[in-house]
Write a protein that binds this ligand. Structure first.
Ligand SMILES: Cc1ncc(COP(=O)(O)O)c(C=O)c1O
Length: 424
């Protein structure tokens, strides 16, 4: 484990070196440091406005915007409030005041770059719940057709299919998978064994929110595609966390959000659908382009007046990730997650619900201290260390996320709290 940790650390600090980043700003925000700076991660931490009095371990619910994101967004709010009269409402106008009517080519291209997709395959939406609902509602299925999923999906991934089940008589098959999952082969078998000739859609999380398990989605999608099954991945927990390459995965559709791990304002998400499958999806929120297939991503992006200031924030958040480098972000998150799990695994009074196979884990660890509920554990972290992981309920302890704004010292302090609690 130590060797692996050191290897990841060295990737994170040297091999992925980028040129030095932005110059110091006039408003007191420190410039992004050089990757060769030994204080690199401490300085990255200073890009966030998080209070120094407490420790945030819950980007799996809602993330943290770096200062530059807050600045870009609020700048635009002010601009809109003061300069809206300048807006000529013309399509070719360079300034964008609202979203929901524009093709948003710039930001869709950036999102495409992050997940290796073409601009036309990306629709900008508000969140994952919307995207999965658009897909569930937009795909034509017959009574008796089956959708295979797992029993550990978030309600935002399930809801659209439950509506379809009740309304149209499809079957939503929630396959039981391990908690913890022991290894990728086990979960692969659990899922593909559930496919039948009636299975028309697969919809699973790329990363399960209640355990942090990264599923072997490439292999599962390949098997599904061989059987003509439409494949959808819920990426609520992956974007800005682990690397996502939709071409390599080979899924038909992928829905993600930026307000958890990617440092963007709440209400930012995307829906990717492979170009050749786009036509199969009916529009749900319909406006002028509801049946216009020239730019399929725009068809789903055009959904009435939205908040462009939020997209300004998203744009800055994407730049922030690209400047640090998605590989380096992942390596740092994983390094801290591994450190946490390595410490927890030494404690016999701790039960871990994240996968036993470390390659299936990154920044989410779910665990309990024997004899304590999730709520008790959450409260104890706050009382003893002003630390904020999130309760996973009565049975499953807490979900403890690590991100680039966390430090080794914070992980070690959390482990000390767990050790003290497990002594009773
Ligand atoms: C796996 C998963 N899917 C969907 C959602 C819902 O995401 P959103 O709030 O962006 O709709 C979440 C939120 O936690 C999630 O973890």
């Amino acid at each position: 484990m130590t060797t692996r940790r050191n290897a990841i650390k060295s990737i994170s600090l040297a091999a992925l070196a980028l040129p030095s980043l932005s110059a110091p700003t006039n408003d007191g925000t420190p410039a992004l440091p050089s990757i060769n700076d030994p204080q690199y991660w401490t300085k990255i931490r200073s890009q966030f406005m998080l209070s120094k009095d407490n420790v945030f371990f819950n980007p799996g619910t809602v993330g943290v915007m770096p200062r530059v994101v807050v600045d870009k967004m609020t700048e635009h709010v002010r601009y809109l409030a003061s300069h809206v009269a300048d807006w000529a409402y013309k399509d070719d106008n360079k300034e964008e005041f609202i979203s929901g009517y524009n093709n948003l080519l710039g930001i869709r291209t950036k999102v495409g770059k992050l997940i290796n997709a073409n601009t036309g395959e990306i629709a900008m939406i508000d969140n994952v719940t919307n995207g999965i609902s658009y897909l569930a509602n937009g795909i034509t299925l017959q009574p008796g057709d089956e959708v295979v999923t797992t029993n550990q999906e978030h309600s935002g991934g399930r809801g659209g299919w439950l509506v379809k089940e009740k309304r149209y008589g499809i079957k939503f098959n929630e396959v039981v998978i391990g908690k913890p999952i022991r290894n990728s082969n086990e979960v692969y078998q659990d899922i593909v064994n559930a496919f039948t000739p009636k299975t028309k859609v697969l919809m699973i999380s790329h990363m399960i929110s209640g355990s942090g398990a990264i599923l072997p989605v490439k292999e599962i999608c390949a098997e599904a595609s061989n059987r003509g099954i439409f494949t959808i991945l819920d990426g609520a927990q992956t974007i800005g966390h682990i690397n996502v390459d939709v071409r390599d995965i080979g899924c038909d559709a992928y829905v993600g959000c930026f307000h958890k791990w990617a440092g963007a304002p709440a209400g930012t998400g995307f829906m990717y659908v492979k170009q050749e499958r786009m036509k199969e999806i009916w529009t749900t929120v319909a406006s002028g382009r509801w049946d216009n297939h020239d730019d399929e991503g725009f068809r789903f992006t055009q959904r009435g007046t939205g908040n462009f200031s939020v997209l300004k924030g998203l744009d800055a958040a994407l730049d922030f990730i690209f400047e640090i480098g998605p590989d380096r972000v992942y390596a740092r998150i994983k390094f801290l997650g591994d450190r946490l799990r390595a410490g927890l695994r030494q404690n016999p009074n701790v039960k871990i619900y994240s996968p036993e196979e470390e390659a299936m884990c990154a920044g989410i660890t779910v665990y309990k201290v024997n004899g304590m509920t999730g709520a008790q554990l959450q409260e104890a972290f706050w009382d003893r260390g002003n630390m904020r992981p999130r309760s996973s309920g009565e049975q499953f302890g807490v979900r403890h996320c690590t991100h680039i704004f966390n430090s080794e010292e914070e992980i070690d302090k959390a482990l000390t709290i767990v050790r003290d609690l497990s002594k009773g």
